[in-house]
Write a protein that binds this ligand. Sequence first.
Ligand code: HEM
Length: 522
Amino acid sequence: MADLFRSKAVAAALGLLTHFVANSGEWDHHAHLLVSGGPLLFGALVAFEYVADPLVGSYSQAFQVVATAAAVYLGTLTASIIIYRAYFHRLGKVLETLTPIVKQQYNTDIVRTGPRELSVASAEAIPLIYGPMSKCRKGVWYSGSYHIEGASLQSTRNHQDHRERRKAWDRAFNAKALRDYEPRLNRHTRVFVDKLKEHVKESSVRISSWIGFYAFDVMGDIGYNRGFGMLEKGEEDEMIELVHKSMAPLSIFGHIPWIVGIMLRTSFGAKDLLNFMKLTQDILMERKKITPTEPDVFSHLIDETAEEIPKQLNADSRLMMVAGSDTTHATLTWLIWELCTHKDAQAKLCKITDDLVPEKSFLDVDDVKDCPHLDGAINESLRLHPAVPSGVMRETPAAGITLPDGTYIPSETTIWMPIHTIQRDGRSFSEPLKFMPERWTDEAPEYVKDKRAFIPFSAGVYNCVGQKLAMMEMRVVVANLMRWFEIDFAGDMGEAVVKKSRDAFTLSVGALDVKLTPRYKS
Ligand code: HEM
């Protein structure tokens, strides 16, 4: 037995075997076992070597023997990985490697961004990867927190499970439910406008914060019948900070799922995410104790007769909190940035919204539902500054897929479709970088060449279930902002929005300061 420890051939064979096993399954969320089990195993082997090997007289000699075996093992494993990835990997033939610069240099839509990860920036490929008939499933990244809170509607990778659960979510956002939510949207929008009116004498108003307060108050009320009261207080609840801090690690580590697994299990670098999970769980628990007078989203999801909250509903609670607020917050902030940058576009939108029910000073959700130019302005913000900039991760099926350009993508390959890039592509949009609401109306439809490329809410069966609510929310806010204020940058040209916005799966937007000039007689 002791001879085995000294055999370099055995250590090297184990290295190769480990690579083979790791390569033939999905181990991303077991990496913590290697990190915690590796040192333990090493210690145990040193002790065993000391006891079992007659040639070894001290712990330091035993250590040396095991360390040599470990070095051969790890060296072989590393060499095997490098050689395999360089010459034999199933993606090897598909592409040149790394960085988006490659796209420009080599004029390709497909970039390899990880060992088994591709970025595909092609509108033509969207139906195949995201469409209703797509054979792709959600990628490994989605299952990172199953062990803590179960799978949410968004993170479940089981198609059947998603289909079953989506029925309840669809009910929570159908036409009847949306009508139920309307009075609450109107109420919060009135408070939003009234609060801003209090600040018109100031030379600078942090509009991005007020939009954040609005978005979270709406989501708390419609989601959980819970008042965060951020608009009333004019203060950020810890919730907003936690949402941003908890999402921050996902910007980089979303592409290295096994690290997220280790972080969540060791809480190293994931403290905010774990705190956020606990908070959203507590909020759901409080919601379970009440019967709301006005139905909310969780009225459709909670089983009132059940004693316990099923584990996966905690994941749904976190999903609701992030998806229902941060996304509209980012889109509205960017839209105001665009309207301050393009004052002619602001004047035009102002004129058009002024003509909607002119006898009313405050516009309700119902007043703004049919205004193509208003929708066009929102669409332009969604297009140029998508709230989920890198898109969503999918995994190819066992048979692989063949893209419309003939490129074969092998099985179990992770694909991201970068929405930000796709929606700024000149092949799909004329003058793609220009903010132009008219491209979405009868005025200049020829500026949208390929509508498939517009996917801010994703597409297919996993598309955004809250998109109609999001549009209602954004329409009523923008229309009332236009009716009540002229908006200009305060100080610089909104540089923080450009420089400090971060891709953290959702778009974490930088601060925007503006000067509000009243358009009403005080
Ligand atoms: C500007 C606003 C919004 C944008 C751009 C947006 C975008 C998206 C995207 C891209 C997805 C796909 C995620 C994935 O496949 O991993 C998604 C899913 C989802 N969104 Fe939204 N969203 C917005 C607003 C909202 C709102 C207001 C709510 C709820 C109140 C909401 C709830 C959801 C839910 C529950 C899902 C998961 C759907 C599923 O997997 O079946 N979203 N959203």
